[in-house]
Each structure stands twice: as structure tokens, then as C-alpha cells.
Design a protein around this ligand. Structure first.
Ligand code: ADP
Length: 266
């Protein structure tokens, strides 16, 4: 709490009283801390790939250029690191636009089966390579129609499936589902992967929060995917959540508005 005291003086100069203004600065302090944590996080995330770029460039200049095979391998790593910086900047820009409410959502009816199939198709090659079965299903009466921005809805599903693929070993399963619940449509991405420990599960939607930093970085993650998911879903007036059990898998879910299908049987 911060206090500002202004004395009230009488015409003869004697002090008659005081006006005391009390400000609750704890909220302001909290926001200030979040801002400085954020800058520290971004700086750290950028420093890691930049250090790698410099290191490999130096080694190349110091003589590794002479060896074709080594040089090629180093330049490949440098390209990956540059890609990572690019992704981080894209995600940061996206997140800040969404947070500043500078995105326009183009809401329209979206068929859940159609959008889920597009996402399954996007990842089918990657899933096959990883030995993971990737499918989608509509639960209950069909069709299930959401009122959403289809590009943004697709982005949410892509981020969730991308994560599920990172954390699901070969032989596992990933299932996208959609189900009408009242006037809402609940989407879920369920995987049979490594799961998330109870202490971490509530924090995974925070920017840059990772259960296992090394693993996330190795897989090229920016640590921003779920923060973007949360903001996009909330921009749609929905909520995100996750159930997870270590060694069993995770279920990420969210809801958006639904549209009554015209040809639905009552
Ligand atoms: P990134 O994937 O780039 O690290 P995200 O914001 O997408 O960042 O995810 C944050 C963290 O949440 C991940 O680093 C991981 O620890 C955890 N996580 C996300 N999805 C899953 C999942 N399907 N299974 C297990 N852990 C997950």
C-alpha cells in the first residue's frame, strides 16, 4: 500500500486536517515483475541460439571449413538455430498481438470433423514417421458445428497436436475429438504419452514454462505454444484445461461456441 498525505490548511495557516490517499500498489508491482520476468525470459531464449551460432561460426573460421563434412554439419546446425530464432520472434509477435487484442476473429460456422481432419492430414506424415497413430472422431450427434475463426481454431489444434507428437513415444496414440455440450463445442487432444507431473500441470499454459527445458529445446519448442493456445481460446470466449497422468498421457481440451446444425434431428 502506498500513502499520499496532503495537509488541509486554514486561512491562518494552521493545519485543520489532511487528505490521505491510499493506493494499492501490489497489483502494479505484480505487473511490473511479470514484465521484467518476461524480458529476462525472452533474452535468455534468444541468447541460447545466438551463442550456438557464434560458437559454430568461430569454429568454422578457425579451420573447420577445411573439412567439407564437418563444415556442412555445422552450417546445418546454424540453420536450425536461425530457424529457432525466427520461430521465437513469430510466436512472440503473435502472442503480443493476441494479448493486445489486436487480432480480428472472423467468426463463422466451422465443421468440427472437417477442421480436425485438416489437422490430422497436416501431421499424418510426421505421425507415421514417429510410429504414432493419429486419428479424429466426432462424439455424439453429427454434424458438430463450431462458431469460430477457422484459421485460429486450426492453429490451436496444430499447437496441441504438435506437442502431443513431441511427448508421445512410438507405438502411442493421439486422438482429436469434438463433442457438443449444451451450446458449447468441446474439442480435445488426447495422447498416450509421457504425461505431466501434478506440480507442473497447472503451469504449462504460462509463457516459457516447460517441464523439461532440455527436451523442449531439443524438439525446437519455443515454450510459447500453450500460452498462444490459451489466449486464442479465451479470445473466442472459451476456456482451456488439461488432465494428465505421468506415464499414461495427457488430455488437453477447450470449448468454443456451437451452432445449431440445420439438418439435425431433434
Ligand atoms: P513447448 O512445447 O515449445 O515447450 P508449450 O507452451 O507448447 O511449449 O508447452 C509447454 C510445456 O508443457 C512443454 O515444454 C511440456 O513440458 C509440457 N507439455 C505440453 N504438451 C504436452 C503433452 N502433450 N504431454 C506432455 N507434456 C506436455
Amino acid at each position: 500500500l502506498e500513502a499520499h498525505v496532503t495537509p488541509i490548511k486554514q486561512s491562518n495557516g494552521a493545519i485543520a486536517g489532511a487528505v490521505v490517499l491510499l493506493h494499492d500498489v501490489s497489483e502494479w508491482r505484480r505487473l511490473e515483475r511479470m514484465r521484467s520476468d518476461f524480458v529476462a525470459n525472452v533474452s535468455h531464449e534468444l541468447r541460447t541460439p545466438i551463442t550456438a551460432l557464434k560458437g559454430f561460426a568461430e569454429t568454422l573460421l578457425d579451420g573447420a571449413l577445411q573439412d567439407q563434412a564437418t563444415a556442412r554439419q555445422f552450417v546445418q546446425i546454424m540453420q536450425d538455430e536461425a530457424d529457432r530464432i525466427g520461430r521465437l520472434v513469430e510466436d512472440l509477435l503473435d502472442l503480443s498481438r493476441i494479448e493486445a487484442k489486436q487480432i480480428d476473429l472472423h467468426l463463422a460456422p466451422v465443421d468440427a470433423a472437417w477442421i480436425m481432419q485438416r489437422v490430422v492430414d497436416t501431421f499424418s506424415g510426421q505421425a507415421a514417421d514417429a510410429g504414432v497413430e493419429l486419428t479424429q472422431e466426432v462424439i455424439g450427434r453429427t454434424p458438430v458445428i463450431a462458431l469460430a475463426d477457422s484459421d485460429r481454431l486450426r492453429q490451436v489444434l496444430i499447437n496441441l497436436v504438435n506437442n502431443a507428437l513431441q511427448f508421445t513415444p512410438a507405438g502411442g496414440r493421439i486422438t482429436l475429438s469434438a463433442e457438443r455440450k449444451g451450446d458449447r463445442i468441446v474439442f480435445a487432444v488426447q495422447d498416450s504419452g509421457v504425461g505431466i507431473p501434478p506440480a507442473d500441470v497447472q503451469r504449462v499454459f504460462e509463457r516459457f514454462y516447460r517441464v523439461d527445458k532440455t527436451r523442449s529445446r531439443q524438439s525446437g519448442g519455443t515454450g510459447l505454444g500453450l500460452a498462444i493456445v490459451k489466449h486464442l481460446v479465451e479470445a473466442h470466449g472459451g476456456h482451456v484445461g488439461v488432465f494428465s497422468e505421468v506415464g499414461q498421457g495427457s488430455r488437453f481440451f477447450f470449448d468454443v461456441a456451437g451452432v445449431e446444425a440445420e439438418n439435425e434431428e431433434v
